[in-house]
Design a protein around this ligand. Sequence first.
Ligand code: ASP
Length: 304
Amino acid sequence: MIHGGAGALANVDDDKTAVRYLDSIHRILEYGREVLELGSSALQAVETCASLLEDDPIFNAGCGSVLNEFGKVEMDAAIMDGRDLAAGAVAAVESIANPIQLARFVMTESEHVMLISEGAMHFADHCGIKRTPIDYFYTPERLAQFNEARANKKIMLDHDDTQAGSEDQKYGTIGAVARDLKGNLAAATSTGGIVNKRMGRVGDSPIVGAGVYADNETCAVSATGYGEDFMRSVFAKTISDFIYMKGMDAESATQAGIEYLQRKIKGRGGAIVVDKQGRCAKGFTTKKMIHGWIEHGGKSMVGF
Ligand code: ASP
């Protein structure tokens, strides 16, 4: 399962834009299918799909990341392996084309779970990940969106079409969850965060248990939405706990997690979930969420 952000998505009412999103989700899902059918791990599948989503400028991650209050890109990403709860994350990194790949290196090549900012980039050099020229991240759409946010003196989320904090927003983070042929689970989430956010602001995406979680005994989760809400409700882990403690399946645990998010803090956003039986579920409190899934090797499905 993959997602490309939650929110109002007013722009997808325009057919051309909708087709562009759906094509991308469909293509990347099929790529993920191939990776899994070849016998690769769920971890490899989520890293591959997240990297492809990061490479598509229509999403708010990698190349298409939104800009912070100083017009700079600061990206967050995390990856988690359900086999042993191994996790790697990076926060506030710039000039890294695929932060999800750096997050995986943090998981496999360091003794830590999260590296941030300069330290994370220093580690990228150490791992042989090349810095990407800053121009790569400055798409005309992102500059226009940033200028609009600055002019209105507001913090906007990706593809925001109204006041920050209202329901009519799109949060364009990307994410992937997978179950492989051996039944192992993995999750990945990557984002540019929020338009015009404060320098140094870190959202939920790189926080294990908030924007990402994977445990072979329960499920794999990737969230998208207002990061602060997911951090306060430990959203991804809450969904996993519903399975662990109440024996729920993906669908009922996701709905229970969404109900908790909504009731406790009127949280804005959603999540994709695959459980240990390979059942797929999604839930969101926003009007829409771009997502797609392949359940038990069936047809690829896409939706908002
Ligand atoms: N969750 C992300 C963040 O708060 C935003 C998003 O989902 O687009 O950084």
